[in-house]
Design a protein around this ligand. Structure first.
Ligand SMILES: N[C@@H]1[C@@H](O)[C@H](O)[C@@H](COP(=O)(O)O)O[C@@H]1O
Length: 399
């Protein structure tokens, strides 16, 4: 009896404390329910078609909610690759059905190969016009794609960042993910604070992308220009599409492991509104517990697109690269002693160029050794026709 009385006393005490704390905790709970998107969101669908429908719907709903005008367009970051093809197809269908207009949408492409002319069939210019731009009402002047044949590539990258800043930043960045966890062309080892720059491609990426060049790795450009991780992180929202068992290892590293420059997808753990939409195969390396957790969040009814409140708009804080405080050594004073005036754009270029020289990025010859087992499926390009992936993605069998 004595024990029971003690327990009752203790429970009563805790219960009373809970009620006393309630008024203080209430604002916290309200804040949580108002901002359900300030976490990593992972949406899982059964196959690539369902994933593409979800993302196309999501983009349409975001553009509509934004209600863009010519003065305040919706700024969309867009990728290439096989994963987004179906998304573009659905967006085109929905545009043709009169559901969505891209008249007041401005796009920035993630990346482009260095050295490929715009009209090369495998340039990202060609890809975007073939799959999307030629079929919707986006004005050509709203399309921004890096020019891989620019004579001054550093200046081209600086001007790209400046254009993004001029629009007030990117609203929604749609991206894919490479089998080695890269986003855009931010290969393993990329600085997590990188901005648009020229990047040497890792051998795995060359191998994976050789499928677009008739399987010939020699035809794949060795360099590309790409937005940086920080460029992506500055977007208000990031949506990543990941489909297929060959993306499973990258998804696992990006979602379950720590933030790591060797798996640049993982940088999104620091973003406020990241959304990863996977098909079932792309989740094969995740813990069952992780999959259940994300599924339960969606089932709980806080799904950003269908049930959640609108995202909270935050002010834009990005300003182009700071100008050097000191007069550069190379800049000689004019005969009358006053320093030479440098045009604004050139000053930005000089700063980025200086930084590019300082930040020599690590691009190992091949990262294949990190891709174990099922993830070897990531090198799908050259091998696709020779390999069969079983449903569990844990074994690769040759035909
Ligand atoms: N630069 C692109 C990336 O932006 C893309 O995400 C990746 C995956 O492409 P896919 O969707 O074809 O697997 O390929 C390339 O490396």
């Amino acid at each position: 009896m004595e024990y029971i009385r003690v327990d009752l006393d203790r429970n009563f005490g805790i219960g009373r404390m809970r009620y006393q704390l309630f008024p203080f905790l209430l604002p916290y709970f309200l804040l949580q329910s108002k901002n359900p998107d300030v976490i990593m969101r992972v949406i899982i669908r059964e196959d690539p078609r369902e994933v593409s429908v979800y993302i196309a719907d999501y983009i349409i709903s975001r553009i509509k909610a934004f209600n863009p005008t010519p003065e305040q367009p919706f700024v969309l970051g867009v990728p290439t690759g096989s994963s987004p093809e179906l998304i573009y197809k659905i967006l085109v269908q929905r545009h043709r059905a009169g559901e969505i207009s891209f008249k007041n949408v401005v796009t920035f492409n993630m990346d482009e190969y260095v050295g490929l002319p715009r009209d090369h069939p495998e340039s990202y210019h060609s890809f975007m016009y073939k799959h999307f731009f030629s079929h919707v009402d986006i004005p050509p002047q709203n399309i921004n794609i890096l020019d891989g044949t620019a004579t001054d590539l550093v200046a081209e990258c600086a001007s790209f960042e400046a254009r993004i800043a001029r629009y007030g930043g990117i609203e929604l960045f749609l991206g894919g993910v490479g089998p080695d966890g890269h986003i855009a062309f931010n290969e393993p080892g990329s600085s997590l604070s990188s901005r648009t720059r020229v990047k040497t491609l890792a051998y795995d990426t060359i191998l994976a992308n050789s499928r677009f060049f008739g399987g010939d790795t020699d035809k794949v450009p060795r360099m590309a220009m790409t937005v940086g991780i920080q460029t992506i992180m500055d977007s208000r929202e990031v949506v990543i599409v990941a489909t297929g068992a060959h993306k499973a290892f990258a998804v696992q590293k990006g979602l379950e492991d720590g933030i790591n420059h060797m798996w640049t997808l993982s940088a999104l753990q620091l973003h406020q509104h990241p959304l990863v939409v996977c098909d079932r195969d792309a989740t094969l390396e995740l813990k069952v517990k992780t999959v259940r957790y994300f599924e339960s969040i969606e089932q709980a009814g806080t799904d950003a697109r269908t049930q959640g409140p609108a995202l909270v708009y935050r002010p834009r804080t990005y300003v182009p690269a700071p100008l050097p405080a000191k007069t550069p050594k190379s800049q000689q004073p004019t005969p009358d002693g006053t320093p030479e005036k440098t045009p604004k754009d050139l000053r930005i270029n000089t700063e980025l160029h200086r930084r590019a020289l300082e930040e020599e990025e690590l691009t190992p010859d091949s990262m294949s050794s990190r891709l174990v087992d099922s993830a070897i499926g990531g090198i799908d390009g050259a091998l696709k026709s020779d390999l069969v992936f079983d449903r569990m993605g844990t074994r690769i069998t040759t035909l």
